[in-house]
Design a protein around this ligand. Structure first.
Ligand code: CNA
Length: 312
């Protein structure tokens, strides 16, 4: 209650977009928390937006609990669902949004403390966010690992299979199987059978060949240690502004990051829809690319992106 009262007192201090601009100008250690909304202008759907989000697409296809597609146990039991649907959220590799470019601008101005991204599209790397300032809280498509032998490959290696809705097979495991005469029979990435259902069996002519999955954090998996280490041992003590952009803040522990930070640190929320379950000091509702362009313009800064013009 004390914390909440102090936060409400603080709310009176900052209200307007110009307050947001002056916070941007004076802050030196800005924590930026991002979500799928900063990539929707690149054609990658988010999860929870009504009608356009990936979850509503999944519901339309008969998945009652869309989260199940991203559940690690389900993936291990039957990767065909994931591989059948993941092409819809495959990342682009040759461009970023104005919002990514805005975060890069904060870095160039030596104001970016850390970008905690929930996104798995790895577009921050294309935008030039330095790896030491970037925590990909839920991993990314940049690499993929075999769930059995743990061989890691570049993410692109599995993109072709994902595009064609095929379960990708691990080449290392395939090579091992090829060397075993007993198993040198037809190998298929059978789409309809669950992995466990034909584990080590030869009765249908297929083998249990483990597949590399993208190195994303599925529901039921732990976040990378770097997430908590950076947050609690480095950032929490020095952050002077939090900007949350394009996330519904519904997935823990990212949604809990503000709780690790002193309540006096101002918090700005930029999204298309309000997040009613968290109290932010300033909420700027709209398309994030437009909002950050306006913030930068008022601050007298230039976002280096073709889609950001100087028009009034
Ligand atoms: P979410 O729950 O779907 O929320 C997205 C939020 O962004 C919503 O509040 C939208 O209103 C808002 N939004 C959407 N487009 C815009 C826009 N152009 N401007 C401003 N706001 C917008 O997604 P979260 O990121 O909160 O949830 C975390 C999940 C989503 C993570 O586990 C991710 O891995 C996962 N995800 C990532 C990607 C990606 O990497 N691009 C795509 C889809 C899902």
């Amino acid at each position: 209650i004390q914390r909440e009262l102090r936060r409400r007192q603080k709310l009176d201090d900052y209200n307007t977009i110009d307050d947001a601009v002056s916070l941007l100008q004076k802050s030196k250690n800005i924590m930026v928390i991002t979500g799928a909304g900063i990539s929707t202008s690149l054609g990658i759907p988010d999860f929870r937006s009504r009608n356009t989000g990936f979850y509503s697409q999944l519901r339309a296809r008969g998945f009652e609990s869309p989260e199940d597609v991203f559940d690690i146990e389900n993936f291990d039991n039957d990767p065909t669902h994931f591989y059948g649907l993941a092409k819809e959220i495959l990342p682009v590799t040759d461009r970023c949004s104005p919002t990514h470019a805005f975060i890069r601008l904060l870095q160039d101005k030596q104001k970016l403390l850390t970008n905690y991204t929930q996104n798995i599209d790895n577009i921050e790397a294309f935008a030039g966010i330095e790896p030491e300032r970037l925590i990909q809280c839920h991993g990314s498509w940049a690499t993929a690992s075999c769930r059995k032998c743990h061989t890691e490959v570049q993410g692109e290696v599995i993109f072709e299979d994902v595009r064609h809705q095929r379960v990708s097979l691990c080449q290392t495991c395939l090579d091992i199987i090829e060397k075993q005469p007993r198993k040198r029979k037809r190998i298929s990435n059978g789409k309809s059978k669950s992995r466990s259902s034909h584990s080590d069996s030869e009765d249908d002519g297929r083998y249990d060949v483990p597949q590399p999955g993208p190195n994303i954090t599925f529901f039921g998996e732990k976040l990378p240690n770097r997430f908590f280490d950076r947050l609690t041992e480095h950032d929490a003590a020095i952050v002077d502004l939090i900007i949350v952009i394009g996330t519904s803040m519904k997935v823990a522990p990212v949604s809990e990051i503000p709780n690790y930070v002193d309540e006096k640190v101002p918090q700005i929320y930029i999204s298309r829809e309000p997040a009613d379950h968290i109290n932010f000091d300033i909420t700027l509702l709209g398309y994030c690319d437009d909002v950050v362009a306006e913030l930068a313009k008022r601050a007298g800064w230039t976002i280096d992106h073709a889609k950001v013009t100087d028009a009034p």
